[in-house]
Design a protein around this ligand. Structure first.
Ligand code: AMP
Length: 131
């Protein structure tokens, strides 16, 4: 069965899309830990990020970098933090999180409450800044 993220890529499940190319797709995390929290995935369904072959993993990181540059332009932050866990969704993904401080990357606490309108607005801004 296709992963929930493959179903997002296929357009079967809606997402707040940021960017895509032939190999990768970026969209807002639906339960952000910080404003602008974005996920970058390979379209090819691979569960564990370290099972991705080196060239594809390299291109994925380069794609994530372009997303991070767009986030930096739009969301006031000191840095864009990067995390990989994959304990919930078995489809490799990189979390890109605009942060002001270390604790902004805390995944164990309560998530931000963000309206659909605000998520759509944030996604549109990052999407526009993506080069
Ligand atoms: P993990 O697999 O532990 O890295 O976490 C999976 C992440 O995917 C969590 O931060 C979820 O909020 C996020 N997530 C799960 N389903 C969706 C979805 N349909 N759209 C966007 N983000 C999602």
């Amino acid at each position: 069965m296709a992963s929930i993220f493959s179903r997002i890529v296929a357009g079967e499940i809606p997402s707040y899309k940021i960017a895509e190319d032939e190999e990768f797709f970026a969209f807002l995390d639906i339960n952000p830990v910080a404003k602008g929290h974005t996920l970058v995935i390979p379209k090819k369904e691979i569960d564990y990020i370290f099972d991705i072959e080196d060239p594809l993993l390299g291109r994925m990181m380069a794609f994530a970098k372009r997303v991070a540059r767009a986030q930096e332009e739009v969301i006031p932050c000191k840095r864009v933090g990067l995390a990989v866990m994959g304990l919930e969704v078995p489809h490799a993904h990189i979390h890109l999180i605009p942060i002001q401080k270390e604790s902004d990357m805390y995944f164990g606490g309560s998530k931000m409450v963000t309206s659909q309108e605000e998520l759509a607005e944030i996604a549109a801004k990052i999407r526009e800044a993506f080069k």
